[in-house]
Design a protein around this ligand. Structure first.
Ligand SMILES: *Cc1c(COP(=O)(O)O)cnc(C)c1O
Length: 416
């Protein structure tokens, strides 16, 4: 079937065999997708979404009823009191930055309990010097490492008993680290542990790559506020940019005052034609996340069959859409990424090479043939060029396209 697109028969046969063995995992993904689809549809209906909400505003963006409805729909889906869903957020990092600057004041302490936060937050926090960092405003930062892929409950309790912490940050997805992503069960457990000693501290979750992977979201297990990108899971591959913050009403108000203007907050912000794609993206998101998960499970299974080490394994429970393949070989990592690029709809003729990306210490290779620049809910694969040469693969708008990308990549990898 696939020979016309240059995929050899052995690779196709390997994928057929892998697919047969991962059917139980696929059934679980489909069940979660069905549940989340129901949740989204109900939120559209309860909020009386209508054609008029596809209208838009320019300029200051006063009275944008589509924007207001979208924020209600996102709030309902995420079990939040309120949400801020804006194209004015240029990325997930920007939304995390706005949230941190909104909640923290000079003299306050930010505590990460999942080890070092995502690389792009280094200069935001001041881990790497920047004259506009939180540190430059007198905000202190501390971190507690994870212990055997779980929280260090004892160290967290001890720290909270010692002196006041204003914000606790938990990053669920692994970023470019070698740790596992954090399940919602563990988030629930650590929040119960935190609340025993501190009822005031703001618990903020970096939820990037985790939305709709399970049936519940972090606000349902006691988090105060969650943050994510719309060119990942909740944008469904349709949102052209943007990010969201959702949670407690007072915190959303603080974030809105920081994003726009103190005194204007949520009341302003033109949507410039984005209302329809944001709604349509959220509508598609449960299915797109399911396609990404199936693509990841297939890749994991095929590579395990070929003798590679993967994380998560094909049969593991997943907390996010990221699939790691631990190649232990520089050339193999490069060839796999190049294969993903060859299997993309856009820029399939380009050959990605490792380069010195700003903000990273090692060279990085990035494969992405996406409709939206930088979108990683579309099939993409990247990795820092350092041992043990791990690929971080994620996304896939449909399983069929995701599978084709994986087959191309496996073929490139196994090329003599
Ligand atoms: C993607 C991501 C972010 C934000 O990234 P942007 O590229 O700025 O949207 C933050 N944290 C984690 C864990 C991520 O995966």
């Amino acid at each position: 079937m696939y020979q016309e697109i240059g995929i050899r028969k052995e690779i196709e046969e390997l994928s057929n065999q892998a697919e047969q063995e991962i059917q139980p995992q696929f059934r679980k993904v489909e069940e979660v997708c069905a549940y989340n689809s129901m949740k989204v549809l109900k939120a559209f209906q309860d909020n009386h979404i209508a054609d008029m909400h596809f209208g838009t505003t320019t300029g200051y963006g006063y009275g944008d009823i589509g924007r207001e409805a979208i924020e209600k729909v996102f709030a309902q889906v995420l079990h939040a009191e309120d949400s801020l869903v804006r194209g004015q957020f240029i990325s997930g990092t920007h939304a995390l930055t706005v949230a941190l600057f909104a909640f923290l004041r000079p003299g306050d302490t930010l505590l990460s309990i999942s080890g070092k936060p995502y690389d792009t937050l280094d200069e935001v926090i001041g881990i790497v010097e920047n004259s506009s960092s939180l540190k430059s405003y007198g905000v202190q930062f501390e971190q507690i490492e994870l212990k055997e892929d779980d929280f260090d409950y004892e160290a967290i309790t001890n720290r909270l008993q010692k002196s006041k912490v204003k914000v606790i940050e938990i990053q669920r997805s692994k970023g470019y680290s070698t740790r596992k992503s954090i399940s919602l069960e563990k988030v629930k457990k650590v929040i119960e542990c935190i609340r025993k000693v501190d009822t005031q501290v703001i618990i903020m979750i970096d939820n990037c790559y985790c939305e709709f992977v399970g049936k519940q979201e972090p606000l349902e297990v006691g988090a105060d506020v969650i943050v994510g990108s719309l060119i990942k899971n909740l944008g469904g591959g349709i949102a052209p940019n943007g990010a969201y913050i959702a949670g407690r009403k007072d915190l959303i108000e603080l974030a809105a005052q920081r994003l726009t203007v103190p005194g204007e907050g949520k009341e302003v912000g033109p949507t410039l034609g984005m209302n329809k794609p944001l709604l349509q993206g959220l509508f598609m998101a449960p299915s797109v996340v399911a396609a990404s998960l199936k693509t990841a499970i297939l890749a994991s299974k095929m590579l395990e069959m070929l003798g590679y080490q993967t994380e998560p394994r094909a049969t593991d429970e997943r907390a996010d859409i990221v699939q790691n393949i631990i190649f232990e070989d520089k050339q193999k990592l490069i060839r796999y990424c190049q294969g993903i690029q060859m299997g993309s709809p856009i820029d399939s003729q380009s050959i990605p090479e490792p380069w010195d990306m700003p903000g990273y210490t090692d060279q990085v290779i990035m494969a992405a043939g996406a409709f939206t620049q930088g979108s990683s809910i579309e099939l993409s694969c990247d990795g820092p060029i350092r041992p043990p040469y791990i690929a971080y693969m994620q996304g896939g708008l449909t399983y069929e396209y995701g599978k084709l990308g994986v087959l191309k990549a496996v073929q490139e990898l196994e090329k003599k």
